[in-house]
Design a protein around this ligand. Structure first.
Ligand code: CP
Length: 318
């Protein structure tokens, strides 16, 4: 099987292959003609059942930089509206000789279900989870990892560079598929992970995974080298959610003043889309000395090129 559905079982050596392959493609992308013929003749189908700006465009550009052909599926203009099922939609695209499928869905497990069907049919097609419900978002965590490791060594980023490094993850852990994937990758790296947020969004149960949970921001930020802010997923909260966005910002919003608790030279990450003035101030988000947000987006193309390439040629994970 050739799927990337979860980071739960990825081995450290597999992360290093992904990091090194991403660095090679980042070099390709820095050339005047940033394109290689690696996946010429291959077809990458993008099935985004849920909204996306970064992930969808990044995968599309990654596939094009590798010279693959892309199929774009939009639920609103598809035969789903005539009652066709998700599996029949996937089978329709498989019949067009699709080689890889990139799938985002609002419900957890949809990419897994389609991967099972691809395996059952013996297609050899690889399925990539581009974010499923509240479950996982593996390629976001991999581009976050690449961004973090590249801070130590741009040309040869390695997992070992994060060993013992204090990383705070602040915000809506409860609803975040990004947080779960990040926990797997950062744990594999041996990072010291601190989660912070209100009790309604960060459960003590996370401590069973070997991380520290804080319901106050200061101890999480104290001496942190990196701080990852997570979006408050308003669409998954009811009207009277505690805390309100204003209350959240008052207690947990990342401001320049609060970040002075961190290590000098601290860097901020956010997977986007961000609620400015809630998770962090615009002053923090737009400060190029502080914020890695644009670098995350930029790195996403190289990392997704690496994933498309590796899944096309060698087995990453079952
Ligand atoms: N980070 C992320 O998944 O962004 P999009 O929803 O824009 O793809």
């Amino acid at each position: 099987r050739r799927h990337l559905l979860s980071l739960a079982d990825l081995e450290p050596w597999e992360y290093d292959i992904i990091l090194q392959t991403s660095a090679s493609f980042a070099e390709v992308l820095s050339r005047p003609t940033p394109k290689v013929p690696t996946l010429q003749g291959r077809v990458v189908a993008m099935l985004f059942f849920e909204a996306s700006t970064r992930t969808r465009n990044s995968f599309e550009l990654a596939a094009k930089r590798l010279s693959a052909d892309t199929l774009n599926f939009s639920p609103g203009t598809s035969a789903l509206n005539k009652g066709e099922t998700i599996l029949d939609t996937a089978k329709t695209l498989l019949a067009m000789n699709t080689n890889l499928m990139v799938i985002r869905h609002q419900y957890s497990g949809v990419p897994h279900q389609i991967a099972l069907e691809c395996d059952r049919l013996g297609t050899g097609v690889g399925v990539i989870n581009a974010g499923d419900g509240q479950h996982e978002h593996p390629t976001q965590a991999l581009l976050d990892l690449f961004t973090l490791c590249s801070q130590s060594n741009t040309k040869q980023p390695s997992l070992a560079s994060l060993q013992g490094c204090k990383i705070a993850i602040v915000g809506d852990i409860l609803h975040s598929r990004v947080a779960r994937s990040n926990l797997y990758s950062l744990r594999a790296a041996g990072a010291e992970i601190h989660l912070a947020g209100p009790p309604t969004l960060v459960s003590e149960a996370w401590e069973n995974l070997g991380v520290r949970v804080h319901w106050q921001l200061a101890p999480a930020l104290q001496d942190a080298k990196f701080v990852m802010a997570l979006r408050l997923q308003k669409e998954r909260m009811h009207q009277h959610f505690l805390p309100s966005l204003r209350e959240y910002h008052r207690e947990y919003g990342l401001t320049r003043e609060r970040l002075s608790l961190c290590q000098p030279g601290v860097k901020i990450l956010h997977p986007g889309p961000a609620n400015r003035g809630v998770e962090l101030t615009s002053e923090v988000m737009d400060d190029p000395d502080l914020s890695l947000v644009s670098q995350q987006v930029n790195n996403g193309v190289a990392v997704r090129m690496a994933i498309l390439y590796l899944l096309s040629t060698v087995r990453i994970t079952a």
